[in-house]
Write a protein that binds this ligand. Structure first.
Ligand code: GLA
Length: 368
């Protein structure tokens, strides 16, 4: 059935902030993200031919390709190409026609808030409606991950796509990334979430020819799992920590981060259920220290933000969120104090670091 070429389909998906459980997803472990009130929105118009054009309000150049002839370019629209590629290769979905796509987003690029998964899921939602496809949340998340892993070239886990597909603003998504079983836990009423972008951006897909630090970490985890004789680091527990002494320093520290981080997620879930904000905050700080010292994905700017938060009397806890190497921090602040806390931390940080931070959450509208 040919669609009228002028029909317009709109869809959106949110960015996410991960509360805890970092670099655990590609190790088969646990994560605890929640959606943020920043979104990527797409408008899709099916065409009469097999061409795809993609225009973004936040990135250039425009993209154009023919369905079935997707080719990696290193540009932002590889995420669009990756989706139609993954649909065909992994999903067996042969789209009946191409489309024109317009994208607008307030999820910052390279901010550790999963702008790419928001784009992938928003696009899949629009495609699902436009071409009347049977795609559930998990299927969309898997297609998004496939696009990133095998087309764009970032060996990311499934957390971001699952969050973009399933998370909402009122609950935390407690996800077992191995079984993909999940539970949505109410966020604490007595706390505000604050997200500050450090002004230092990252890029997790490798640039021209280079291996990204993210992919290097993933390889180190696989190496550590192999040395410990487990399929994935998820299969090791704190009972295995003494065995790390026999491993070379670097794989040992990578493994220690992942093993302890998985346990921190489980502890954070208990703290959430008990509405124990003090405990949740401690776990945030412990997670940050582990990412800084053992996993080595923090930066001096991010560490400064976390230290400033720690010195603030209205903060329960703070940590780097997302893949790292720049990006954003997530802070758990006293209820109804998020805005003030965020503003004063951002101001002090700007003065001390010379960077230009952005207070992303609470958003302007929430703050009004
Ligand atoms: C990026 C990846 C995720 C996850 C995080 C780190 O956001 O896309 O899959 O690995 O880094 O927790």
């Amino acid at each position: 059935m040919a669609l009228a070429p002028t029909t317009l389909f709109r869809a959106a998906a949110p960015g996410r902030v991960n509360l805890i459980g970092e670099h655990t997803d590609y190790n088969g472990g646990f994560v605890l993200p929640t959606a943020i009130p920043l979104q990527t929105r797409v408008e899709l118009r099916p065409r009469a031919d097999r061409h795809v054009t993609a225009r973004s309000h936040y990135a250039s150049p425009e993209g154009a390709y023919v369905l079935g002839q997707e080719q990696r370019t290193g540009e932002w629209f590889d995420y669009v190409q990756g989706i139609t590629w993954a649909m065909r290769i992994a999903g067996g979905f042969e789209l009946p026609s191409g489309f024109d796509l317009e994208i607008a987003s307030d999820v910052p690029l390279g901010g550790g808030l999963s702008s790419s998964a928001a784009l992938e899921v928003a696009l899949l939602r629009a495609i699902r409606t436009a071409f009347d496809l049977d795609l559930d949340h998990v299927r969309m998340a898997k297609l998004g991950q496939r696009a990133e892993n095998d087309f764009v070239g970032a060996r990311s886990g499934i957390m971001d796509q699952m969050a973009a597909s399933l998370a909402d603003l009122h609950t935390a998504l407690f996800l077992d990334t191995r079984s993909l079983e999940y539970e949505q836990l109410p966020l604490p009423e007595r706390a505000d979430l604050v997200v500050i972008h450090s002004g230092v951006t990252h890029r997790i897909a490798h640039g021209e020819g280079g291996q990204s630090e993210y992919n290097v970490r993933r390889a180190e985890c696989e190496e550590a799992a192999h040395m410990l004789g487990v399929p994935q680091l998820r299969d090791a527990t704190s009972a295995d920590l003494p065995r790390l002494a026999a491993l070379p320093d670097r794989p040992a520290r990578r493994a220690r981060h992942v093993i302890t981080e998985d346990e921190r997620v489980l502890a954070a879930v208990e703290a959430l259920r008990a509405a124990d904000l003090g405990r949740l905050g401690e776990l945030f700080y412990a997670s940050h220290a582990s990412m800084r010292d053992d996993f080595e994905v923090s930066t001096p700017e991010i560490d400064l933000l976390v230290d400033l938060a720690r010195a603030d009397g209205e903060v329960f806890g703070a940590r780097l969120t997302g893949g790292g190497f720049g990006g954003a921090v997530v802070i758990l602040a006293k209820a109804a104090r998020g805005r003030e806390v965020g503003q004063r931390l951002a101001a002090t940080y700007a003065e001390r670091s010379g960077q230009k931070p952005t207070l992303l959450v609470p958003t302007e509208t929430e703050r009004a």
